[in-house]
Design a binder for this molecule. Structure first.
Ligand SMILES: [Zn+2]
Length: 136
């Protein structure tokens, strides 16, 4: 049974295989036949995707500088200063493109903030107890 396909062959938009004229589904993958005149494998043009590596999503690393200063003033000065030192390194490392270094300094600053807060709370409790009991 010879059938002459004199029309342009229709190609499946999903798998690209040829579809018989008049068929509503692709015999290969079962996708609905779309009568697009030309099948272009790969991506469709005009999607407008510009994935430049230079400008990705903005990197945001919290430097915890405010917390470090607050911890220094309110809680414990020596450890708070350490937190400030680390917090001050965050922006500098970010400016230098050292993302991992900035993240590490940020985490260190946060840790020392908590250490300062903990020591401050302990000191406040101790001094409070001492003051209330009048042990001095
Ligand atoms: Zn198909």
């Amino acid at each position: 049974m010879a059938y002459d396909y004199d029309d342009d062959p229709i190609h499946c938009a999903t798998c690209g295989s040829e579809i018989e004229p008049g068929a509503r589904f692709c015999a290969n993958c079962g996708a609905a036949a779309q009568t697009s005149p030309s099948f272009t494998p790969g991506y469709a043009p005009g999607m407008g995707y510009e994935g430049g590596p230079d400008y990705g999503e903005p990197v945001h690393v919290p430097n915890h500088l405010v917390w470090a200063i607050a911890a220094t003033l309110c809680c414990c000065v020596p450890t708070g200063i350490v937190a400030i030192v680390y917090a001050a390194q965050v922006n500098g490392k970010l400016a230098a493109g050292d993302y991992n270094g900035a993240l590490s300094a940020s985490n260190s600053a946060k840790t020392w903030c908590w250490v300062s807060l903990g020591l401050g709370v302990v000191a406040a409790v101790v001094w409070g107890i001492v003051g209330l009991t009048g042990a001095i």
